[in-house]
Ligand binder design. Structure first.
Ligand code: C2E
Ligand code: MG
Ligand code: MG
Ligand code: MG
Length: 280
């Protein structure tokens, strides 16, 4: 086969490449159609105060179920949406659904909750993002205080002037700002302290190490210390065990999110979860 490969390298290589590209293209078209039909929906993952078990909010996570019933993982369709520019529409639809969730939660007596949405770099780079967000909130009857924006560490590390100004504009309107997956990027702390950030989300990779690789625990602990030093709060994501929750709480981490508390849930399931559990 080595010889065959040498002779027909061209033919052997291109079909694979073409079908991968064609597959990607088909999926991009399917995503565009799904957005057109409003088929992208959200799951809500509860966020709880570690000390009390009190529900403080939820993160809205995009979900895509194909007509066949198959689901496409966000790890596939979010990068695709970013590469094709569809992330702008997707982000708006997610925000609108997050707003509707807020309204329904309030209607169910769950006031003072905040629903977080993920904002990708491409969305954030758009001039009119804040105005678009404010319009959607107005249309849905939600105030910025009820919405948290999650941006990634790499986004935060881009051109300081623009990022600082944009974030401040969101903050001035009352949005809460969180840095997602904190600890995975290469933040300069002196840079970070110049940004108007309310909280850090400890990446799940560092939470997963708690109780296993002893000296690596220091990363989660370090993030908590950084947050404290900078006057930010901190939430751990990917909390899967009571040991992790206790460890984090003992070190001053306020909030947690993860399978230990709940998986990302449909709104009705979140209401059910909240109604039947017994917060500590
Ligand atoms: P993320 O924002 O860091 O979201 C957390 C991810 O961790 C979610 O994966 C969630 O389901 C998963 N997770 C939560 N708790 C646990 C746990 O205890 N253990 C483990 N192993 N995993 C847990 P998901 O839903 O697959 O989302 C993946 C990523 O896709 C998100 O990471 C986010 O970066 C992106 N994403 C999802 N929805 C949106 C969206 O609407 N807009 C944008 N821009 N990105 C989104
Ligand atoms: Mg997130
Ligand atoms: Mg995250
Ligand atoms: Mg993550």
């Amino acid at each position: 086969t080595a010889k065959r490969r040498g002779l027909s390298q061209h033919e052997d290589y291109r079909p694979g490449l073409e079908s991968a590209t064609a597959e990607r293209y088909r999926l991009a078209m399917a995503l565009r159609d799904a957005l057109g039909r409003g088929e992208i929906h959200i799951a809500l993952q509860p966020q709880v105060e570690l000390a009390s078990g009190r529900l403080t909010g939820a993160e809205a996570l995009a979900r895509w179920t194909l007509p066949s019933g198959e689901t496409v993982p966000p790890g596939i369709f979010i990068p695709l949406a970013e590469a094709t520019g569809l992330i702008v529409t997707l982000g708006e639809q997610v925000l609108r659904q997050a707003c509707r969730a807020v309204v329904q939660l309030v209607g169910a007596g769950l006031t003072n909750l905040r629903v977080a949405v993920n904002v990708s770099t491409l969305q954030f780079a758009r001039e009119g993002l804040l105005q678009d967000f404010l319009r959607i909130l107005r249309e849905e009857g939600v105030t910025p205080r009820q919405i948290e924006i999650e941006i990634t560490e790499s986004l935060a590390m881009q051109d300081i002037g623009t990022v600082q100004q944009r974030l401040q504009a969101f903050r001035d309107q009352g949005f809460e700002i969180a840095i997602d997956d904190f600890g995975t990027g290469f933040s300069s702390l002196s840079y970070l302290r110049r940004l108007p950030i309310d909280r850090l989300k400890i990446d799940q990779a560092f939470v997963a190490e708690i109780g296993t690789v002893d000296d690596e625990n220091a990363i989660a602990e370090m993030v908590i210390r950084i947050a404290q030093r900078m006057g930010m709060t901190v939430i751990a994501e990917g909390v899967e065990t009571p040991t992790q929750a206790a460890w984090l709480q003992a070190r001053g981490c306020q909030d947690g999110q993860g399978y230990h508390f709940a998986r990302p849930l449909a709104l009705e399931d979140l209401l059910q979860w909240q109604a039947t559990r017994n917060p500590g």
